[in-house]
Design a protein. Structure first.
Length: 388
């Protein structure tokens, strides 16, 4: 390999085009644009015009075998992510997957198993929101015990309004056979990942999900999930694509404080001067009287900090590509290791499975059980073959 990794982009759609522009404009240190692969013949002319230094391929296996790339970023429909990742790794190529890692847990397990046999190769996933300074700071606060042990979390993320025409663009969109899900697979994977990355993995999931509720689609356009972290701690995740106004509010309650994030832009961090249980036990009857009459000064028990987002468009993606290149070159720790991509896929699958079976399901559910349920829906839909 040359000193600078040569990146191959598989799929020059909306995301692939962003990555091509970032690399070709020199915004990603220590990375060159080596090749672009796209199945649309019309793309060749665009690549030759806009990225003349990059080779063009209409078949990704041919690109992997060409010797023109050292690493790839995979930007194709979600069902294809795991197999393309496996093929690239088996050709000795470093892999950066676009989110999600896959549609169903079994296929991502297979990808992770292959990646584990290739420790010399870099395997990452484009969870660019982990590179958002706001969420990185929140992760640091939680991990360092800044608000104590988590007691409850909630994320309402309904800023995904999509009109019917959005779903009518393609026959595969919002189908079980073509996309494998709706808002949980398409719009919300970043938030599912952040929720798990910051707050930890749950033990079980119970969900109520609406399929084709406000849109003429087969898959979910609304989901409400309750998770159990154990030891009495719980969490709630609510998302939808039919809320025209939309809400983005993320709350993390600890036994020594609370974090409230509004619109993924501003976080209010409240730290209690003592754990809440100690504050409760120290309150006497006179304090109760003042509390109930609104005369108790609660500010004496806590301090507050406001964190503003410093994120700029493109910077998060460029940073993830830079981190990917740095790991290839000198082993710099990855912001989003590829093996962690399975967690948000498993959570989305658990939400589906709970709603389909009307029961609380363990987070480590039987992956064959989920695939069987998914294939039944693909079979009933009758548009595309079942999955293996």
């Amino acid at each position: 390999m040359t000193n600078t990794p040569r990146l191959g982009i598989v799929g020059l759609g909306a995301q692939g085009s962003v990555y091509a522009e970032l690399v070709s404009d020199g915004l990603v240190p220590n990375m060159d644009l080596g090749a672009i692969c796209d199945g649309n013949p019309a793309t060749r002319q665009l690549v030759e015009s806009e990225y003349p230094a990059a080779a063009f391929y209409d078949d990704y296996l041919t690109m992997l075998e060409s010797g023109s790339v050292d690493a790839v970023v995979i930007c194709v429909p979600s069902y294809l992510h795991p197999q393309m990742g496996i093929d690239a790794l088996q050709h000795g190529i470093h892999v950066l997957l676009e989110k999600p890692a896959g549609v169903y847990t079994k296929q991502v397990e297979e990808l992770n198993a292959v990646a584990a046999t290739k420790p010399e190769l870099t395997f990452a996933i484009m969870f660019n929101q982990r590179n958002n300074p706001l969420y990185r700071r929140i992760k640091e606060i939680i991990s360092s015990g800044g608000i104590g042990a988590i007691r409850h979390t909630s994320w309402i993320i309904t800023t995904w309004w999509r009109p019917q025409a959005y779903y009518d663009q393609s026959a595969w969109r919002a189908t079980w056979g073509g996309e494998g899900g709706g808002v949980l697979v398409n719009q919300a994977p970043h938030q599912l990942d952040l929720w798990l990355w910051i707050c930890g993995l749950p033990q079980s999931v119970y969900a109520k999900v609406a399929y084709g509720f406000r849109r003429a689609i087969a898959v979910e356009d609304e989901a409400t999930a309750i998770v159990d972290y154990g030891q009495g701690a719980t969490g709630v995740f609510i998302t939808a694509t039919h809320d025209f106004v939309g809400t983005d509010r993320f709350e993390i309650l600890g036994d020594s404080g609370k974090i409230v994030v509004e619109n993924s832009a501003t976080a209010t961090v409240t730290r209690l001067k003592k754990p809440e249980r100690e504050l409760s036990e120290a309150v006497d009857q006179q304090d109760i009287s003042r509390l109930l009459s609104g005369r108790l000064d609660l500010s004496q028990y806590h301090s507050s900090e406001i964190i503003e987002s410093e994120a700029q468009w493109g910077a998060q993606h460029a940073g993830m590509l830079e981190n990917f290149a740095a790991n290839i070159l000198d082993g710099t720790p990855l912001i989003a290791p590829g093996a962690e991509g399975i967690n948000s896929v498993r959570l989305a699958n658990a939400i589906h499975l709970s709603s389909w079976q009307g029961r609380e399901v363990p987070f480590d559910f039987d992956t064959k059980d989920y695939l069987s349920e998914l294939n039944r829906r693909i079979r009933d839909e009758g548009l595309l073959p079942e999955r293996a």
